[in-house]
Design a protein around this ligand. Structure first.
Ligand SMILES: Nc1nc2c(ncn2[C@@H]2O[C@H](COP(=O)(O)OP(=O)(O)OP(=O)(O)O)[C@@H](O)[C@H]2O)c(=O)[nH]1
Length: 323
């Protein structure tokens, strides 16, 4: 009996983790294990998915479509050796992954007997693709879409119905692949998890060209202490034009008792309090096009913001000595 595997792909910040959490929340008794790949060493997505399931394994600091193919296969074997094995395995690719590389790795005939690739779900950020003129020409975005057996549209709620309809027919010219609007319809879990691919759909054995590793650059930034909100806002405003994606779990000097989740995708930034306890201090991953993002300057600015946090925390402690 071969365990069905679903790969979730999509551009940076498209909504892959959100989709997987929705699948896990609606699993209806199925035991779903997740493998979460982040191309940075700080795997925020793994931590966000861990709130929905214990069966999550993070693969960080590389891309499962190329540099981490071996780790992916080893992790799959580990999951399959568990008793009982999961009913389904969902793999979240990093936002820079080309799913054809993952399909190529999973096409191993020995592995296929125990884990078979059933579907590649591509999450498309509807807001981004309608507002960013160059997105449809982006070779990475196109490669992610090309291998998809389903497209899930995210972030449609702020768009006119006509714009969503137009996007749907552009992404799926003859109704293939099926397009699901995650913002306005309930996810068809059965369809996404229980629709075996037609024989031969993902059994390509040709060599896959490695994607460009140097297109994006990342800064992984940590601080032991809290950060001052206004200083953080200043850094975000200064680098807004060159950061494509940022995510992090932060403690704010103004609210040190609770962790906050920072999400930045294009021009949209959110900062929300998180439930539960999280590692103290701040962990942040910021990604941009290598030609535009100066990570040295960005690190300096964040260090200065953290320094302001130390000062603010120390003065709070002086004014409330018992705190
Ligand atoms: N309004 C809305 N926001 C969404 C939707 N899906 C995702 N988001 C938001 O978009 C941001 C990024 O979502 P993630 O699910 O982390 O995206 P991702 O594709 O996993 O990101 P990377 O792994 O970094 O590429 C978060 O702030 C989400 O809350 C959606 O359908 N509607």
């Amino acid at each position: 009996m071969s365990t069905p595997v679903v790969v979730v792909t999509g551009y940076l910040g498209a909504g892959k983790t959100t989709l997987i959490n929705a699948l896990l929340a609606d699993a209806d008794g199925r035991h779903i294990a997740a493998i979460v790949n982040d191309f940075g060493a700080i795997n925020i997505d793994e931590e966000l998915i861990r709130t929905s399931t214990d069966s999550v394994i993070g693969l960080a600091n590389g891309c499962v479509c190329c540099t981490l193919q071996g780790d992916l296969l080893r992790t799959l074997k580990l999951l399959l050796a568990r008793t009982p094995p999961p009913d389904h395995i969902v793999i979240e690719a990093s936002g820079i992954a080309d799913p054809s590389g993952i399909a190529h790795a999973l096409a191993d005939p020995v592995l296929w007997k125990t884990a078979r690739l059933d579907a590649v779900v591509c999450v498309v950020d509807a807001e981004d693709v309608t507002q960013t003129s160059e997105r449809r020409a982006d070779t990475l975005w196109r490669a992610q879409l090309a291998g998809a057996s389903f497209v899930v549209l995210s972030k449609t709620s702020g768009l006119e119905a006509a714009a969503v309809a137009q996007l749907t027919s552009a992404l799926s010219p003859n109704g293939k692949p099926p397009v699901i609007d995650a913002d306005s319809e309930r996810l068809p879990i059965d369809l996404l998890l229980d629709a075996p691919a037609p024989p031969g759909r993902f059994t390509a054995t040709e060599t896959v060209a490695p994607h460009r590793q140097d297109r994006f650059t990342k800064l992984e930034w940590r601080s032991d202490g809290a950060i001052v909100l206004s200083a953080l806002q200043g850094v975000i405003a200064e680098f807004a034009a060159s950061v494509v994606r940022a995510k992090g779990i932060l403690h704010l000097a103004e609210r040190p008792d609770r962790a906050h989740l920072l999400q930045l995708v294009g021009q949209r930034v959110t900062l929300e309090p998180m439930a539960g306890r999280h590692e103290p201090g701040c962990r942040l991953v910021l990604i941009g096009e290598a030609a535009r993002l100066d990570t040295t300057k960005l690190a300096e600015r964040l260090d200065a913001a953290a320094e302001a946090g130390h000062t603010a925390t120390a003065s709070l402690a002086r004014s409330h000595p018992s705190a």
